[in-house]
Ligand binder design. Structure first.
Ligand code: GCB
Length: 614
């Protein structure tokens, strides 16, 4: 096959050594693994009795009444005040709220426990314990020893299981999970979504060689003129690789389908590279082509399914593979509304994306936190463009430097996990954060961090509109730094009626692509009345009609929208006893899966838009 090596090897400069998520193992789906999903035991511990002694100090490691220690009594005189039992069982993955009524409104500590046998290991093999996500704070113990802790409810983490700690049989694994909200965490105390607690995503043992490929990125090089590359049928790929231990090695990257084979020299555990590739079929919503890519180190080959595409801003337009796109988007939460639980499987992803396809959308805003990896894998396969976000939402403690560190860590975990997903074209660093100097600095820093970490995607944030006497001003200072300017717009729901949209004017300070990251109105499915009656399907339909008309009169940099929201979702803030009952009703689909009238209004608009941009 024809390919030419332009440049290989170079020390990868890690820009974020201060908070780098260097240990995260990516693409666990395609690695040797043993699932620890299934039935675990639990203890509800609102007073954190298993963690603190009666003087409220963290218990000593060997304390018999620390809940990480196996409490089975040995003698009849033993005093035991805790224990794990089949009577108190819970499924993993899964939020606890949906599994038993005692958990419905619970926020606090729950201890999870299960046993497992040591996997059969060949010489030099290592075992890592991997969590897809735990909301919010997790402390992990194996056979009475602490492996570590992690904060952040929507991103993955892993710890190595030291071989001298692993027993042949009955390893006693305990996770302390705490979903209490705090002012100085991300998100903070106040959100408009349900604070589902628990081990919400897959848990697995990942078996590796002593030295293995831990992270990598492989993508179309951002610096090429994509139209020229397409014409010449010659593309430049680039990326980086990181091994888990520092060593001089060679990694081979192969894409058998196009006969590509490249050897990368690794020095000091890292390498960055670039090389040419021919015959690449680019990934797009119309043709979500994924290639089987093989990364080989020594005797071990790790495969991945990777699509290649280029997204960029050119003046007021967003180009995908050199062509202007219009984002026919929809926002969604990671929730299976009919079962009132967090989504956590490929089936769940397919169900949600089935509705997205039905709406004739080509893009999703995964609000307001990184969704599980099934979602981004499914988006890659189905050809759905993705906006992925960290939960820097509303009134974060912007003055606090430590809080910035927490946001940066979540940002990095999100990017590292999903940097090879072609579907993700936008990283968002937050939503509706209130203006102040501290906030501006904080948010600007996140934008800069995201850009440094990943130059192959657009960076944005959902900003607010300043409405004054009939004019909508887009002038949030953060807009200067983001690649596209995105705003949430609710005229006609929060303030005034939908008819007010007709004469409203728009003024934007920025000559960049303009995206509406939210717009929407509530409706109780099945409630019909005249269009001015709030909560009726007709009101919501009217809101959408007016909104879409208004969108057509936008400045020419308007390039898409992701209305709020695909499905009604649980929120503790929504307490109208007749129409809400604990649900945010802005869904186009209700919590039982029924489509409301506005679904069809937006669908029709998207059908027209699709034709217009063909
Ligand atoms: C917003 C928020 C979103 C809320 C929505 C609403 O602007 O970004 O999280 O759920 O409004 O329904 O008010």
């Amino acid at each position: 096959m024809m390919f030419r090596k332009l440049f290989t090897v170079g020390l990868l400069l890690i820009a974020f050594s201060g908070f780098a998520q260097e240990d995260l193992i990516i693409n666990t789906q395609n690695r040797e693994q043993i699932s620890l999903n299934g039935t675990w035991h639990y203890i509800i511990d609102p007073y954190e009795t298993g963690f603190y002694n009666y003087r409220y100090k963290e218990k000593g490691e060997k304390d018999a009444e620390a809940y990480w220690n196996n409490p089975n009594p040995h003698q009849k005189t033993d005093r035991k005040e805790h224990g794990y039992s089949d009577k108190y069982s819970i499924e993993v993955p899964g939020d606890w709220n949906s599994q038993d009524d005692v958990f419905k409104y619970y926020e606090g500590t729950v201890w999870y426990q299960r046993e497992f046998d040591k996997p059969e290991l060949a010489k030099n093999e290592h075992v890592f314990l991997y969590f897809g996500a735990v909301n919010y704070e997790a402390h992990i113990y194996l056979n009475g020893k602490k492996l570590g802790m992690h904060k952040g409810g929507f991103t993955p983490f892993n710890f190595e299981m030291p071989s001298d700690l692993l027993q042949e049989k009955g390893n006693f694994l305990v996770v302390k999970v705490d979903n209490k909200r705090h002012k100085d965490e991300i998100p903070t105390l106040n959100t408009d979504w349900w604070n589902y607690g628990g081990i919400t995503r897959d848990v697995k043992l990942v078996i590796t060689q002593q030295n293995f490929i831990q992270q990598y990125a492989l993508q179309l090089d951002q610096d090429q003129d994509i139209e020229k590359s397409i014409k010449r049928k010659k593309f430049k790929l680039s990326g980086h690789i990181k091994l888990n231990v520092s060593s001089e090695e060679k990694v081979t990257i192969e894409i058998p389908e196009i006969g590509l084979k490249e050897k990368i020299d690794i020095s000091d555990s890292k390498a960055s590279f670039s090389f040419d590739a021919k015959k690449i079929e680019l990934w797009s919503p119309e043709n979500p082509k994924l290639y089987e890519v093989e990364f080989t180190l020594g005797e071990t080959t790790l495969t991945d399914q990777i699509g290649f595409r280029k997204v960029e801003v050119s003046g007021k337009e967003v180009l995908l593979n050199g062509k202007e796109i219009f984002m026919r988007g929809i926002s969604l939460h990671e929730e299976v509304a009919p079962e009132i639980r967090r989504a956590n499987s490929m089936d769940d992803a397919n169900k949600l994306f089935g509705w997205v396809k039905d709406l004739n959308a080509n893009m999703v805003r995964l609000a307001h936190y990184p969704h599980n990896e099934y979602m981004t894998r499914a988006a890659d396969e189905l050809g759905i463009l993705v906006w992925s976000e960290i939960p820097v939402y509303w009134t974060i403690d912007f003055e606090n430097k430590k809080v910035l560190g927490k946001a940066q860590k979540q940002l990095e975990e999100m990017i590292v996990r999903d940097q090879n997903k072609a579907s993700i074209i936008i990283w968002s660093v937050g939503n509706e954060t209130p203006l102040s100097d501290a906030r501006n600095d904080f948010m600007k820093q996140l934008v800069m961090d995201a850009k440094k970490m990943d130059s192959t995607r657009l960076i944005s944030a959902a900003l607010e509109v300043r409405y004054n006497r009939g004019t909508n001003f887009i002038d949030d200072p953060l807009g200067e730094y983001t690649d596209i300017v995105s705003v949430n717009e609710y005229l006609g729901w929060y303030g005034d009626l939908p008819g007010a949209k007709e004469n409203s004017k728009w003024e934007t300070k920025y000559n960049k692509p303009l995206f509406f990251s939210e717009t929407g109105a509530g409706a109780k499915s099945g409630f019909h009345a005249d269009k001015e009656t709030r909560w009726s399907e007709e009101f919501q339909e009217w809101y959408y009609e007016e909104t879409l008309k208004m969108m057509e009169q936008m400045p020419d940099n308007f390039m898409g929208l992701s209305p709020w929201i695909l499905v009604d979702f649980r929120s503790p803030k929504r307490n109208n006893p007749k129409y809400q009952e604990g649900w945010n009703r802005k869904g186009l689909i209700d919590n039982e899966g029924n489509k409301k009238k506005a679904f069809f209004t937006l669908k029709k608009y998207y059908e027209e838009k699709e034709k217009e941009y063909q």
